[in-house]
Design a protein around this ligand. Structure first.
Ligand SMILES: O=C(O)c1cc(=O)[nH]c(=O)n1[C@@H]1O[C@H](COP(=O)(O)O)[C@@H](O)[C@H]1O
Length: 276
């Protein structure tokens, strides 16, 4: 999917919501356990209930890989179930020496070999250019590079002074030599609200994937105050806050209610910013 196509979806749906499919057997409603593949059934019902309210889905691969062969099959079938016009994110946080990254890119982007072709994959920048560039050889596919993450541990490395700037700022600057804003997005945690101004100074036109709204307590309004750009430029992710909003048979309706609340907030923000 291109940047323009993503923006068009945002305008059409009046939403920049990404629903995180961090689905695990110990958290999904009990009545689903009778299905042959309970997590797939859960994901399908969540997707059916939210697909008109969001523009992206983000399965975090850890929640699938932990179930071995069956988990990988669930990830593949979940990708197949995500409607084509919704941006799909393999949240795999990969990155390795070049030839290994090339195989990771095949895994998530080459449908012929892996039966999956996500629009994007999350990548850690720590190993540098050759660990990231193999993901950029696929047309209309995206790298979502970790910049300033939502977790407490972000301060251990990302805020270190490198001389002229902090490490996450160096990531934002240097990685722009590898790809344009048509192929690269950045992860900036919603819990880092105050830093969005600094991020936008360095990456004014990039889309930012923003996790941390909902269960981690990030503030949507604060993020949008500094994070919004002329093509919206934000994908706001909520995983647990949406998918586990209900614990019973009405879990999909409850998920929809939570997604709707966020979508309505986003609509107001888009209208106010004159983007729809
Ligand atoms: O790359 C990510 O998606 C990510 C980066 C980050 O800085 N913080 C973060 O929480 N995430 C992911 O975003 C999701 C957040 O889930 P909830 O806290 O349940 O909404 C999880 O899949 C995390 O792995």
């Amino acid at each position: 999917m291109t940047k323009q196509q993503l923006f068009e979806q945002i305008q059409k749906k009046r939403s920049f919501l990404c629903v995180g499919l961090d689905s695990s057997l110990d958290k999904i409603p009990e009545h689903l356990l009778k299905y042959e593949n309970p997590i797939l059934e859960f994901n399908k019902q969540i997707i059916d209930a939210t697909k008109d309210l969001c523009v992206a889905y983000k399965p975090n691969t850890a929640f699938y890989e932990c179930y071995g062969k069956k988990g990988w099959e669930t990830l593949t079938e979940t990708w197949k179930y995500i409607p084509q016009d919704i941006f799909s994110i393999a949240d795999a946080k990969r990155g390795d020496i070049g030839n290994t990254s090339a195989m990771y890119a095949e895994t998530f982007f080459n449908e012929k070999s892996s039966e999956m072709s996500f629009d994007s994959v999350t990548v850690a920048p720590y190993m540098g250019s050759d660990s990231v560039t193999p993901f950029l050889t696929f047309k209309d596919k995206w790298v979502i590079l970790l910049a300033l993450t939502s977790n407490a541990g972000h301060a251990d490395f990302q805020l270190l002074e490198t001389g002229a700037d902090k490490l996450f700022e160096r990531v934002l600057k240097t990685s722009q030599e590898w790809a344009t804003d048509e192929q690269m997005m950045y992860v900036v945690g919603a819990t880092r609200g105050a830093a969005f101004g600094d991020v936008r100074k360095l990456a004014p036109n990039h889309f930012l994937l923003v996790p941390g709204v909902g269960a981690q307590g990030g503030d949507l309004k604060e993020v949008c105050k500094y994070g919004l750009n002329s093509q919206c430029g934000l994908l706001i992710n909520s995983s647990r806050g949406i998918i586990y909003a209900g614990k019973g048979k009405d879990f999909a309706e409850k998920a929809r209610e939570e997604a709707l609340k966020l979508q309505q907030e986003m609509e107001q923000i888009l209208v106010k910013a004159d983007l729809v």
